[in-house]
Every structure is written in C-alpha cells, then in structure tokens.
Design a protein around this ligand. Structure first.
Ligand code: PGA
Length: 280
C-alpha cells in the first residue's frame, strides 16, 4: 500500500487529480478501450473533481471514452433531490465534462426491486470489463462506501442500513436535521472495490485520523472496512497532514521519505507530450 502525505486539503485534491489524470493519459482510452472509474461522493473528493474539470477545460483530459460507476446512493430519496448522489455527481463533475450520460452508472435507490438493482449493477461492472481505478473516501468510522463497521470484507453490492454515526455525519447535508437523513443505502461491497485493478482512497481532516491509523497501522478488520485494502495488490491512500495525527512519527517519516518516488506518479512531465499529440 502506498501512503502519500500532502500538506492540506487543497494539495491533496490537486495531487489526487493529477494522479487520476496521469493514469487516464497512460491508459490511452479509445472506442475499443474504455477507462472504467469507480467514484465517490462526499466533501472529500470535491476538490479533486474541481481540478479534473479544470484539466478537461484546458483540453488536457477527455472523458469521452470513460465509464463510471458510483459507489453508493441513498434509498428512497428522489433522484433530483439536491442531496441525492445523482445530483452531487452531475453538479460536481458530469455536467462540466464530455462524458456521455450512457456511460455514467449510479445505483437507483428508487428501484422497485432493490436486490435486483444491486445484482444488475455488479453485472454491468463485469460487462464493462471491471473497474480500472476505484476512488473512495472514508468515514470517521473507517467505512468505505456505505460498508459500515462489521460489513463483510467480501461483500458485494447490496442494501445497507446506515449507522447512527454516519447519519449524524451526513446530517450536515440535510440542514443539520438527523431525521431527514435517509436510513438505508445501496452500496458496492468491499469485495466489489477489492476487485478493481487499483484502489485510491482520499483521507483528509483530523476527524479521519483514527480511521487512517486503523487502515494503515493495525490489522485487517471488518470493524474498519477500509483496512481491507492492505490486501489489495495496488492500493494508494492520499491524505493530508491532519489525517496523520494518530499515526506514529516513524510511519509518517517512512512514507514521507518515499515522496520523491510517489511524486513522479502525479508529475506534470508528460503533459507537453500530450499537448504535442493533440496538435498532430
Ligand atoms: P466525506 O464522506 O468525504 O463527506 O467526509 C466520506 C464518507 O463518509 O465516506
């Protein structure tokens, strides 16, 4: 597992966006080769999405041959509700880029048969060739997507009840009123994310520090579902200084010592090459 430590939220967002940009450019998506992205919602990825939109507007990045699968969606919230994850994704990313609506996949929390919706979602991911890069955030309780503490680490897409902690954390999006937060969600499983060829987790803020410590320094444990990625062949966690507060100084120094190596992954180097190719 790689751990990349940046100064603050903005630097973390920028690094994450550059990393995604470089992965997409290296992949060279085309009509016969779609880049399949798994995507999160929440406050954490907003800065990264803003930067990806900038890359699109600068002509550096195109999403024409990109397919996306979102991690989760609330159950029983109208699709056009401002806090639905559909609204979030269109407002923060999709409406600003050249992705084709048919290539966007978000679970339908209003489907009449929710189990069928979940099963079909897994089938769609498989049909798309699997996910190349699954991006996630985590909750203060270490959840990945809505895989709350105690979720099976081999779980697949399914209906999940939200824990009290998550309802409290998400009340900020519903005028601070916990009673307005949906109590159920559809979510990809830990196993679904584990199947991605690469997993990238963004962790910012002191309120995630304990979860990051559990993810990095403690063992794999279903009570901290993000810890499962210790067993992923290609996992990268991108965090800010505040999120490292519970890590050992030794751990932080070790990973900071690797920054010159990690920074190459988010370098701007090959951009001139991209611009050159675009002009050809
Ligand atoms: P946040 O949510 O990015 O808004 O902190 C992350 C999560 O709960 O998974």
């Amino acid at each position: 597992m790689r751990l990349v430590i940046l100064d603050d939220y903005d630097k973390t967002s920028e690094w994450a966006a550059k990393y995604v940009r470089n992965r997409m450019l290296d992949f060279k998506p085309g009509p016969d080769k779609y880049f399949v992205l798994g995507l999160p919602t929440g406050g954490t990825p907003k800065g990264m999405y803003k930067k990806l939109v900038e890359f699109y507007k600068q002509g550096v990045l195109s999403f024409k041959y990109v397919k996306t699968f979102n991690m989760d969606e609330y159950v029983n919230i109208p699709r056009d509700h401002p806090e639905s994850y559909h609204s979030f994704m269109w407002d923060n990313l999709f409406k600003h880029i050249d992705i084709l609506p048919e290539n966007v996949h978000i679970l339908d929390g209003n489907a009449t048969d929710l189990d069928k919706e979940c099963r079909e979602y897994e089938e769609k991911i498989t049909a798309a060739g699997g996910i190349e890069l699954f991006i996630g955030g985590i909750g203060p309780d270490g959840h990945i997507a809505f895989n709350e503490p105690g979720s099976s680490l081999v779980s697949r897409t399914r209906v999940k009840s939200l824990t009290k902690d998550t309802i409290i954390a998400n009340a900020r999006f519903f005028g601070g009123d916990e009673s307005k937060v949906p109590t159920e969600s559809l979510t990809v499983g830990v196993g679904t994310v584990m199947d991605a060829r690469e997993v990238m987790i963004i962790v910012t803020g002191a309120n995630k520090a304990f979860a990051l410590y559990k993810a990095v320094e403690e063992g794999v444990n279903h009570m901290w579902t993000v810890s499962a990625f210790q067993q992923h062949r290609r996992a990268i966690i991108i965090c800010d200084e505040d999120a490292t507060l519970e890590l050992r100084v030794k751990t932080v120094k070790y990973f900071k010592g690797l920054m010159p190596v990690h920074n190459k992954l988010a370098a701007d180097d090959d951009l001139s090459e991209v611009q050159r190719q675009k002009k050809k």
